[in-house]
Design a protein around this ligand. Structure first.
Ligand code: PBG
Length: 351
């Protein structure tokens, strides 16, 4: 006879074969939620949205050019006159921001990347064209010298070494000309020490207090940048040289946390981990430790290896694209720089 102190036991069920203890087989069946598409959609923890996307765009001199990048199937280099249409496409797809990367003619490169600090250079022209066409589209530009140097490094070389402080001075000038042209976000991708603080100070002193900084905080010395270097024309310049004296060693993760901590302290508004898919653990640790706006860069090599496998018929590119991007978000990224941006945005608006 049940009483108040001893409520009735749960309705008894057949115990033949299996235990009925909560949490054990078979009362808990995780597959139940997976049975139907509507249910899978309801319980999905991570969703990809167009608001997560940053579209990296290669620009070059010339007119009426939409030049395929051989090493990156589906990616084009645009001449500046094409950028109004590109910006319009980004806005119509709902993509929040684009990131500009210049292909510079070899004859215009030199040892200090002097073109990088000239107002009106290709990057500045691209910024102006995009901002004139679509003022509400976010524009992000690298602070780094590699597209402009005849040795392909991100800084200047003194005594066979990529010199830190001398490079930072140039990066500040580069940031200033880009900000003056209307760039919304300066993204230092050079991995020099102290550059975020120096760029922040320089921007502020020149009245650009609202220009944001997205720091490539944990940027690894990675083989996955090769197709990008071909796209911006720095492969031949760099030759067999390595960026390992400034970009991070792939074996390190505690050091990535220190890099991020420093960049936040120096004034970064957003931080980035790059590449993304081989470094999901870093994205996850960074996001859980610092909780700041965190971005992953699905770099050229990540893009091209998926496209290459798809080109062989070994992968379904649509599914590989979505799964790879979801994984980066699931790891903790708030947004992703990806060459799939227009394709995935189109696919998201269709579904
Ligand atoms: C320049 C820069 C690189 C990338 C973005 N900015 C290449 C590099 O550091 O050598 C790579 C992007 C990609 O591979 O998609 N510092």
């Amino acid at each position: 006879m049940p009483n108040k102190k001893n409520p009735p036991a749960a309705p008894s069920v057949s115990t033949s074969g299996a235990s009925t203890a909560p949490g054990s087989f078979p009362s808990v069946r995780l597959r139940r939620n997976r049975r139907h598409d509507w249910s899978r959609r309801l319980v999905r923890e991570t969703n990809l949205s167009v608001n997560d996307l940053i579209w990296p765009i290669f620009v070059r001199a010339g007119t009426a050019l939409r030049e395929p990048v051989t090493e990156m199937p589906g990616v084009l280099r645009y001449s500046v006159d094409q950028l109004a249409a590109v910006a319009e496409e980004a806005v119509s797809l709902g993509i929040p921001a684009v990131a500009i990367f210049p292909f510079i003619e070899p004859a215009l490169k030199d040892s200090t990347g002097s073109l990088s600090i000239q107002a009106g250079n290709l990057v500045c022209q691209a910024i102006s064209a995009i901002k004139a066409a679509q003022p509400d589209l976010g524009v992000i530009c690298d602070a780094a010298l590699d597209p402009f140097t005849d040795h392909g490094h991100d800084g200047v070389i003194i005594d066979d070494y990529v010199a830190n402080d001398e490079s930072v001075e140039i990066l500040c000038q580069q940031s200033l000309v880009q900000a003056a042209a209307g760039c919304d976000v300066i993204a230092p991708s050079d991995m020099m020490d102290g550059r975020v603080a120096a760029i922040r100070r320089c921007l502020d002193e020149n009245g650009f207090t609202q220009v944001q900084i997205m720091a490539y905080a944990a940027k690894y010395a990675s083989c996955f940048y090769s197709p990008f270097r071909a796209a911006i024309g720095s492969t031949a310049m760099l030759g067999s040289a390595s960026k390992a004296t400034y970009q991070m060693d792939p074996g390190n993760s505690l050091e990535a946390l220190r890099e991020v901590e420093l960049d936040i302290a120096e004034g970064a508004d957003m931080i980035m981990v790059k590449p993304a898919m081989p470094y999901l653990d870093i994205i996850s640790r960074v996001k859980s430790q610092f909780g700041v706006p965190t971005f992953g860069y699905q770099v050229s090599g990540e893009y091209s290896m998926l496209q290459a496998a798809a080109g062989q018929g070994w992968l379904d590119i649509e599914r590989a694209m979505i799964e790879s991007l979801i994984s980066i978000k699931r790891a903790g990224a708030d947004g992703i720089l990806t060459y799939f941006a227009p394709t995935v945005a189109r696919r998201l608006s269709d579904s």
